[in-house]
Every structure is written in C-alpha cells, then in structure tokens.
Design a protein around this ligand. Structure first.
Ligand SMILES: [Zn+2]
Length: 347
C-alpha cells in the first residue's frame, strides 16, 4: 500500500470507526513468551516471530492499527529485569516488526508509550525521569516513521499531559488513553475533565484504555462523550467487570477455590467476555460517538473480529465467522444426516 494514498488516522476517524488491537502483554504471557509480574516484552528480542504472528492475527481479524509492542519496553522496566542495555534494541525491533506487518496490509503503524511507574505528582525529579523516558521512546518511534503515537494506560492526568507534550513536540498525531482504576484517576481530575484538558492541550484522540471491562468503561465514557468533543477512544479489557468490581484487578472468581481472592492477572480466564459481549460493547460505544475502539489486556483475535463486524467491517477473518447451519447436529443444512440433527436434542 502506498502510504501517500493511504488515509491518515484522522481521515479514517472522520469516515467511521477505527480499530486498534492492544493487549500484547497478556496474550504473549498466555502463549509462554514473557513473564507475568514484571511484564517486560522480552519476546520482542527472544521470539520476534511470535510478535509478528500476533500482529498478523490482529490485522487479519480487523485491527486497522498495528501498534508497536513497546508497552513497558521502557527504561524503568528494563532496569527492573536487569536489561537496560537492551532498551534501544528492544524498541527499535518492536517498531520494525509492527511496521513490516502494517505494510503487508493497509494498517496504520503506531508507536506507543505508557505509564512510566516512576511519575509522582509532587516530585520534580520523577517528572524529569518520566519525560526522559517518553522522549527516548518517542524519538525511536519517530525515526521508525510511525503514523501516530499512542500514550496509553496512564492513570495520572498530569503524566498523560506530559506524554502528550513529548508526542506533540515531536510533531506526531496523538492518541491519549487514560487508565481509570477503582477510585478514578490517581490525581484530582475527573475523567471528562482530564480528557477535555488533554484535548485543549492538543491531543488528537482522547479516552480510556485497559483496567475496566466493557460495562464499567462505558459508564465513564458516556460522561466523557457528553462533555468532550471527539474523536474519542475506548479500549476495555475483555473481562466481566461489575459495579462492585469495576476493574480487572479487583475481579474475583467465585467459581474457583484454587486461587487467592484476586483473579488478576493470571486466573482471569473464566471471567473473560465472549465475542458477543465485545460486539455489544462496540455498538454501544459507537452510539456514543466513540470512533476509536479496541480491546486491551486479554484480547484475542476473535474479540477483534467481533468488534470489527459489529462496526460494519468485513475483515479477512470474517471468512471463517461462525456458520452453525453446517454443524453436524445443531445445523439445518439439507446435506446433514437427519439422525444427527435429531440427536441435537440430547446434546
Ligand atoms: Zn491493557
């Protein structure tokens, strides 16, 4: 695809919904390529083929954006696992892998920065450190030729603003999504207020990602949509969060007594949304005018395909969307064996 003729993120958002598959850390951990806990994307250097494959799976399922897997490939995390020396190579490799797959189709190629885990609101040194972390990662992303940069999963408004400033001074289009925990943002801003301020500061797309499941993200984004002009973003985790357990860190699994109270992060399986729940989310979010959608930690290609189809798209993977008419017992195709169809009652 000639990038000169391929529409930009903002042009695409004007014409309809754009999907961005996220959640690479969780999926790679599930597949056995990185460690829960520190959650560093070491897979980028050790098993790059696995990253390429997941990018392809998400694109095949309808992701319009291939996001470089640089989430937590930042200085603080690499220091934590004793790999600071691999920082630049990990970022540049992740960017290269994403760009290659994006160019195989018509997807946008996005850079990524995220919560630094060093930022503290009243600590100038911590802010300086966070800025330096953003600057180096944004610098590598710009050199790789990204179409835009995502600043995601940030739970301090001020940290998000700092990330935005760095992206804007590099001259890139920005998507800024906030991580909203049980009690809201970690500084004294409401989510609509934070989104509005980010918009005022020049963010191209604002909203929420991660932490909350479809239902408990929508209640907050509904408020945002009333107060803030789009484009807006919503990328929930595909877990059944509730009014009592609004975020996936708080979820418990009453059906399992072999784990401690908290199902996060490695025992969430039974609490996963099915594809139909994600499709419902996509339609409700679209009705609120939310045009930048996706799924975060826990996302599988089937979720992305369901979201794409709910938003009126037909990704390549739709070729294999369920057609139960041909199921040996539950189907109604004329070629099926009658006795098996009668057996359906006993299934
Ligand atoms: Zn996430």
């Amino acid at each position: 695809m000639n990038k000169m003729t391929s529409p930009s993120l903002l042009e695409r958002l004007e014409n309809g919904p754009v999907i961005c598959a996220e959640g690479y850390l969780f999926e790679m951990e599930r597949r056995g390529y990185l460690q829960a806990g520190a959650y560093v994307p070491e897979v980028v250097l050790e098993n790059p083929h696995a990253v390429t494959e997941l990018h392809r799976e998400f694109m095949n399922a309808g992701s319009d954006v291939i996001e470089a897997f640089t989430y937590y490939a930042h200085r603080d995390k690499l220091k934590l696992v004793g790999r600071e020396g691999d920082l630049e190579e990990m970022n540049r490799t992740a960017l290269k892998l994403a760009k290659e797959v994006a160019q195989e189709g018509d997807a946008l190629f996005a850079g990524n920065i995220c919560n630094t885990n060093v930022f503290l609101p009243n600590d100038a040194d911590s802010k300086k450190a966070a800025r330096a972390m953003f600057e180096e990662q944004v610098g590598w992303a710009m050199e790789a030729g990204v179409d835009f940069i995502i600043a995601e999963t940030i739970s301090f408004f001020e940290e998000a603003l700092l990330a935005l400033e760095v992206i804007r001074s590099a001259g890139a289009i920005s998507v800024v999504t906030l991580a909203v925990h049980r009690e809201g943002l970690r500084d004294d801003f409401t989510v609509p207020e934070a989104c509005q301020r980010l918009k005022d500061a020049g963010a191209d797309v604002v909203g929420m990602n991660c932490i909350r499941g479809p239902n408990t993200m929508l209640t907050v984004m509904e408020e945002v949509s009333k107060e803030v002009e789009g484009p807006l973003a919503a990328l929930p985790v595909p877990y059944r969060t509730t009014d009592k357990e609004v975020n996936f860190q708080a979820l418990t699994d009453p059906g399992c007594d072999c784990i401690p109270d908290r199902a996060f992060p490695t025992a969430l399986d039974a609490l996963t949304c099915n594809r139909y729940e994600i499709a419902e989310f996509a339609k409700k979010a679209l009705a609120l005018g939310i045009n930048y959608q996706g799924v975060c930690c826990g996302a599988g290609p089937h979720h992305i395909r369901a979201m794409a189809e709910a938003l009126g798209k037909t990704p390549p993977a739709s070729r294999y969307s369920a057609d139960m008419s041909k199921h040996y017992a539950l189907g109604d195709d004329a070629r099926l064996v009658k006795e098996n169809m009668e057996f359906a009652e006993k299934l």
